[in-house]
Ligand binder design. Structure first.
Ligand code: 5FU
Length: 265
């Protein structure tokens, strides 16, 4: 299989979608292909962790609906941190309904995700209409969408023909679909250049009790050709601020070394 050897900077210069371009530029500028997933339930913890890991990341991944004391001002604080530390925001919403419904869920409700999240994602299970619906909201705002072509968990059903169909749906909406949640490169064509963001990354554990499976940054970026490593508990679950900071720096370094090894190989 042909390896993606273009640098993030080279790829940034070719991407038409503003969110994809900005993400690739941020990765290059900060020498970080690390996305931290901040899955905590208190606003104060959420903001503290992001402030600590901010210097080491290109992207923050949120599940905004797990924050139990959510107030709209949290979004203002998150945006301030994204300016302070120079990272983008990815709400891992995993939309999965008909186009009309997902357009409402994306634009409206309590969270108004499209107003602050540069990138979001969707399950392709409803078919191409889900992309049309999300694009009607996100594209005028310069947002980008990832399709879940694969998942990290044991026994997941996103395999084979389903995964292949996800790629076909993305190809039909290149202006808005910037890539995939997947465990490996989805296309042999380097000019097609979908971004691959990959969860299930951990250096100290092989999985959890609920089916999560972890691979190392090197397995993900060097061996499987993915572009961004997504790390949650491996970073924020390690205790106090000093330890969280140390883990963020550790994953940034490992992810970047794996990328450099790939483009050199
Ligand atoms: F699409 C996916 C997937 O296939 N696996 C995942 O783990 C998303 N995730 C998310 O990445 C999940 O919802 C968590 O927010 C995060 C992984 O967290 P961890 O603590 O690193 O296991």
């Amino acid at each position: 299989p042909s390896v993606q050897k273009q640098t993030y900077a080279q790829r940034a210069s070719k991407h038409a979608n503003p969110a994809a371009k900005a993400l690739l530029e941020t990765i290059e500028r900060k020498k970080s292909n690390l996305c931290v997933s901040v899955d905590v339930t208190k606003q104060a913890d959420f903001l503290r962790i992001i402030d600590v890991v901010g210097p080491y990341i290109c992207l923050v991944k949120t599940h905004i609906d797990v924050v139990e004391d959510f107030e709209p001002s949290l979004i203002d604080r998150l945006k301030e941190l994204s300016m302070k530390h120079d990272f983008l925001i990815f709400e891992d919403r995993k939309f999965a309904d008909i186009g009309n419904t997902v357009a409402l869920q994306y634009s409206s409700g309590v969270y108004r995700i499209s107003s602050w999240s540069h990138i979001t994602n969707a399950h392709p299970v409803p078919g191409p209409g889900i992309v049309t619906g999300l694009a009607s909201v996100g594209q005028p705002l310069g947002r980008g969408l990832l399709l879940l072509a694969e998942m990290s968990t044991k026994g997941n059903l996103a395999t084979g023909a389903y995964t292949a169909q996800a790629v076909e749906i993305a190809r039909a909406h290149r202006d808005f679909v910037i890539g995939f949640i997947a465990m490996r490169r989805m296309s042999e064509d380097n000019d097609e250049d979908f971004l691959i963001l990959t969860p299930g990354v951990g250096l100290d554990s092989k999985g959890d009790a609920m089916g999560q499976q972890y691979r190392t940054p090197r397995e993900v970026v060097f061996e499987s050709g993915c572009d961004v490593i997504i790390v949650g508990r491996g970073i924020y679950g390690k205790g106090g601020d000093e330890e969280v900071k140390a883990q963020a720096e550790r994953y940034r370094k490992e992810g970047w070394a794996a990328y450099e090894e790939r483009i050199r190989a």
